[in-house]
Write a protein that binds this ligand. Structure first.
Ligand code: ZN
Length: 191
């Protein structure tokens, strides 16, 4: 991508607490903690107005920690009713989505796939392949990201784990369902 206004990267060791298998994470972080897990190149307008857009590309490297694949930390938008579009450019992935009530919807991505993340859905990318997963993303400029929503619940309600050459969705034993009051706050957190 040319004309970007910023780049961010997350190292493997930055992903502490994201994976179910703590021991496998600790071993990998000790050996390869300084390697990049994923990076983003993006364009942000100078001035945030709701009608504007932020867009860019995300590159998530391949790898596994225990039965899980490398994945992004994930988030819900601070203005929770803002949607997002992902377009898969290369690699194989799953865009894992969850509503605050715990309903999940994993969407498989291969080159050419477009995934629409509707308002109110928590979302994270999972690389289920052997190559970098490269996606183009675009969302309203005033969306914002709440990166703690997943950690506060003990993870997403389900895990995407390896199953032969593919993947499957299994229950996350550490998941703590959100109270009705907390779900309500997320549904109301929109301007
Ligand atoms: Zn987002």
């Amino acid at each position: 991508m040319s004309g970007g206004t910023g780049a961010k990267k997350s190292l493997i060791r930055d992903l502490a607490g994201v994976f179910a298998d703590d021991a496998a994470f600790t071993r990998l972080a000790a050996e390869r903690g300084d390697e990049t897990a994923y990076g983003v190149d993006e364009f942000r307008p100078d001035r945030v107005v709701p009608q504007d857009l932020i867009f860019g590309t995300s590159t998530l490297n391949p790898g596994k920690i225990g039965e899980e694949f490398f994945m992004t930390r994930g988030h819900i938008h601070v203005n929770t009713d803002r949607p997002e579009i992902y377009f898969c450019q290369s690699g194989r992935g799953v865009l894992h989505m969850e509503l605050p009530n715990g309903e999940t919807r994993p969407a498989e991505m291969s080159p050419g796939t477009v995934v629409y993340v509707p308002p109110f859905w928590i979302h994270r990318s999972v690389n289920i392949g052997e190559e970098p997963l490269v996606t183009f993303f675009c969302y309203p400029a005033d969306a914002g990201q709440d990166y703690d929503i997943i950690a506060r619940a003990g993870g997403m309600r389900t895990l995407i784990v390896a199953d032969g050459a593919g993947w499957r969705e299994v229950d996350n034993p550490r998941y703590r369902p959100r109270s009705d009051a907390e779900q309500g706050r997320y549904l109301e957190a929109a301007r």
